[in-house]
Design a protein around this ligand. Structure first.
Ligand code: MG
Length: 173
């Protein structure tokens, strides 16, 4: 029998879907870039997609470890048409802001139910969201700076291709 409060249990299950939906959405963004001259941005979005899957798995394993039932629900089709690289990154930022709100709601539920283990898990995600939003915002700022300049765009694309996956805590040390 799980000691998780039902409200928290439901939100944690929902977060698996949120992270998998984000992963699917980033995969669609990567596919859009694959069909463009920007192979570096395609790589960036693929890396991001894979990271989101690891986020979903952190929630999955947490539920399993707490003896709580995992409920997987349908993932909606992601947006797959965009007007420009900037529009893709702006969509990414809105998505991250949404996920941050979900993590805040989860944290508040964990506090309400005095679930310290959940808070510990969610602290990692709070830090992660600060980093995610910063990295995307930085790219948006630079994309706005170069505008339609092909040389500038290809330079940012080259930089994006260098992005390394952020290791999950279990892979560190
Ligand atoms: Mg995530």
């Amino acid at each position: 029998m799980s000691t998780l409060a039902p409200e928290l249990h439901e939100l944690l299950n929902k977060q698996i879907n949120e992270e998998m939906s984000a992963s699917y959405s980033y995969l669609a963004m990567s596919a859009w870039f694959e069909d463009s001259p920007y192979g570096g941005f395609a790589q960036w979005m693929l890396t991001q997609s894979q990271e989101e899957t690891t986020h979903a798995m952190k929630f999955y394993h947490f539920l399993v470890d707490r003896g709580a039932k995992v409920d997987l629900t349908a993932i909606a089709a992601p947006r797959h048409e965009f007007g420009s690289p900037l529009e893709v990154f702006e969509t990414s930022l809105r998505q991250e802001e949404h996920v941050t709100q979900c993590i805040h709601r989860l944290y508040e539920a964990a506090e309400k139910h005095r679930d310290h283990e959940s808070k510990n898990l969610l602290n990692w995600f709070l830090d992660e969201q600060v980093e995610e939003e910063k990295v995307v915002q930085d790219m948006i700022d630079r994309l706005r700076l170069v505008g339609d300049n092909p040389v500038g765009l290809l330079q940012l694309d080259q930089e994006a291709s260098q992005r390394k996956p952020v290791p999950a805590p279990s892979e560190e040390a």
